[in-house]
Each structure stands twice: as structure tokens, then as C-alpha cells.
Design a protein around this ligand. Sequence first.
Ligand code: GLA
Length: 517
Amino acid sequence: MIRLFMLFMAIGRISLIPLPVQQIYGSSDSTNWVWTPSPKQKPRINGPLVYGCRPGKPFLYRIPCQGEKPVRFTVKNLPNGLKLDPVKGIISGIAPEAGEYLLLITAENSKGKDRRKLKIIAGDKLALTPPMGWNHWYAHYDRITDTLVREAAENMISSGMADVGYCYINIDDGWANAPKNKDTMRMGLLRDDNGNILPNYYFPDMKNLTDYIHFLGLKAGIYSSPGPLTCGGFTGSYQHEELDARQFAAWGFDFLKYDWCSYGGIAGKDTSLEAFRKPYRLMGNILKLLDRDIVFNLCQYGMANVWEWGAEVGGHCWRTSGDLGFELDRVFDVAINNAIYRLYSKPGEWNDPDYIQIGWIGNAYKMGMPEQSHMPPAMQYAYMSLWCLMAAPLIYSGDMSKLDPFTLNVLCNPEVIEVDQDILGECGRVILGTENTFVMIKHLYDGSFAVGLFNRGTKDEIVGVTWQELGISGKYVVRDLWHQKNLGLYKGTFSTKVSPQGVVLVKISKRRIKNDR
Ligand code: GLA
């Protein structure tokens, strides 16, 4: 009976508990759609608080830091084998022996300094926080070239994205040769006489490309399929798994997206669980033996409950559904569905609801040229907030050469990103409200909560969360994370006006957050 009552309260509570009007915060003011305050001139070190690597493998970490350049970096307790470039803020070398190393990073410029701890955990786990970066697919489809990838890397630095933690530059489908393609320059020998996979004409020197990406302090990702051909009809890794994995490592890649595609033809009528796991287990085992840390991204659209076994076969993240490019008008549903698998989200093991597609993106149905997103600004904030609340990989998949101030403000709010990168790795829990509203609640490692108040409807709604739902009592500080503004002390409940298709994202904690970072 109590359970039934609580369920009723959870689903219908907004109409049951009238929200105290004097406490309604009207922050989702839509007159100015740029919500993220400009970064301060003094340094602000961003990025995760933990970083996983495997002992003895190449190590690379660019310290994400905002503030006026030049910034000078120092790091205390750097383990043997690692060195710091104090001007670029890049730590590189060979990962230390197994153990935990607590680094104290300082960044200083003419306006001031900032300090932050970073724990390096050398062991067998990678991606201790969700991977952040860029993937070419929804901007360039099968038009990708070495030049576009280099430009994306440069733009990741110059736009400031790298300064809030984006670091992977990931090539998707289209870099290899295809037996048939409308662009004959993407046709050619699939493999050399020794079976080595060959890049197409537009990728003249893969090692040189990853060297350049690494020189910038960023990491490089590549794409293949366990089937004979990729989804775009390019060479896949079927029966060449080990050779390809070794080649990817030798080229210097740090991330592999492994896309089911034509593997369906190999699995045939075998629909056993093991048939789904087999190609991923095979590649996962190979990757573990390589002399390079490679984050393994399973892409098979959520078949056979991949979240239940993705980690066991060596995956660090796995898509939970089909291509989001076809469902951009259903972002709320995709997110709510992804959050069902929330208990599978943990450090090194992430549910992946697909990329952040805002800014300039190409229509997925036509594999079109990039054009400005039609998504309403409010929904873009909701989209980014949901991904952060769900600890989803934050992989931007728009045109990096057309990053406008609005898109950057959605992508680059360090307080919002901190929710994604929180070291507990929890995926938020959904509490349904009225027909048009819902709340997503996420525990953060410091005992506070990130709470997203969402409105899927077409007119303003009041959305709130009660302390009972959070399991707390007493006074708590509420901070609006998008505006980076403390709203005051609240007791018992917090409610706010949320604009249509939008969000108000708050942090609810015992402690005031200083505004001067
Ligand atoms: C599939 C994947 C996409 C993209 C394309 C490339 O559709 O789900 O993310 O990689 O293949 O062909």
C-alpha cells in the first residue's frame, strides 16, 4: 500500500503537492539564450578528478584549463616516467607502475592562479569518466579527409573546447577503401599483400595524422566493423581482427568504435547471446594485449542487452539505441530510455545514447552537408543536460569549423560538464511528473545532487523537486549550473519555471559554491 502510494506520489506528485509559489525561481528566461557566463581571465582548471591508464603504456593528458593565455603549469607528485610541458600543460611519457598517484596541478597567469587535484589510477581500467571529444560522422559522413580531421583538432584547441575537457578526435566510417563508392578516390585496394588494411586516398599518412593530434595534446580515434564491410561499405575487420588492432595501435590511435554493420551476415541465423558477444569479445581481448591504451566503443545499437555484457567483453562504452541522427526530435524519449539502464553506468563502463548533434550538422537521412541545427535553443540545453546527468560520453558530432558562440556555450559550460564527469559515474534517475514534465536526479561524489527539471511541452511549466525525493532534510544551497549562479538556501523543495522543451539544471548541496573560480 505504501509502495503504491509512493508510486502515485512519484508519478503524479506535481499535481498532488502544490509548489510554494514564493519559492518559484524563474531562471529559464528565454530573452537571452546564451546562458553560460564567459570564462574568467584568471585560470580555471577543468577536467576529471580521476584518470585511468595502464602501467607501462604511452600516456598523454592535456590539462584542460580556461583563462587568459599564456598560462604556466606546474604539477606536484608527478610519477616517474611522466613529464610536464609547463607551457602547453601537456603531461606525457610512460604510465607508471600500478597504483594511485595524487597530482596537484597549478595553473597561473597574469590574472591569478588555480589549483586542482588529479588522481592518476594506473591499473587495468580506462575511461574512468565518460570520454569527451568529437566524431566526424554527422558533419562529414563519407566525405571525411585527413585535412578535415586536422582542422577539427586545431578547432578543438582554438575554440576552447579542449579547455573544458574535450580531447578525442575520432574518425568514423569512410577512411578505408570501399569495393564500390560514388567517389572513386575512396575505392582501391582494401588490403596490401600482407593483409594490412589500407586507408583511402584522403588519408595519406595515418601515423603522421595521429602524431599531429597528439602534438596538440589530444587523442585520436578510429572506426571499424567486425563484419567484412562497414555500414558505409568500407573495409571492415572480419578475419583480420588482430592485424587491424595492431595496425590501429601502430598508427597511434587511442579509441576504437567497432560497428556491427555487416556482421549480421556472419552471425546469420544464430541469435544466441554468445553470437552477439563473440565479435566484441574477440576484439576486446586483442585490445587488452596491445601496448597502447585504446578505449573500446561498442556500436551495435543496443542489441541483446549490450549493457549487461559490454564491460565483460572489454568495452568501455556501448550504444544503447540506434542512430540518434534519425531521432533528433525524440531526444527526450531516447534519454529516458537510456536512463532505464542506469545501474550499468559506472567508472570505465558507460551507456552511450549517441552523439551531441547541435551547431552545424548534416541531415542524417541525406548524409547532407552541414547546416545549422533546427533544434530550439531550450531543447539544446535540455539535450546537453540530459547527457551530463546520464554520465554519457560527450562526443560532439557537428562541424568544428562552424562553432558559433551559442553552440560553444551549450558545449562548454564547465559546471555542467562536471556533472557528466563526476567520479561516482552515476546515471541519473528519472521521476515522471505531469504529462509534460519530468525530473532527473543524480548523486554526485561530494554528497550533493545534480537535478534536471525538464519540460517537454509547448508552454512554460512549473517543475520542482522535493527534499523527500532526494532523501534529505534541512536547508540546502541551490545553484543554477547553466548560469553558474547560487539561487539561495531552500528547505523542503525547489521549484522553477521551465520554458517549453527546456530545462533548469541545478546542483543542490550543503555547501555554497564560490562564484570566483
Ligand atoms: C552506423 C553507426 C553510426 C555511424 C555509421 C557509419 O549507422 O551507428 O554512428 O558510425 O554507421 O556508417
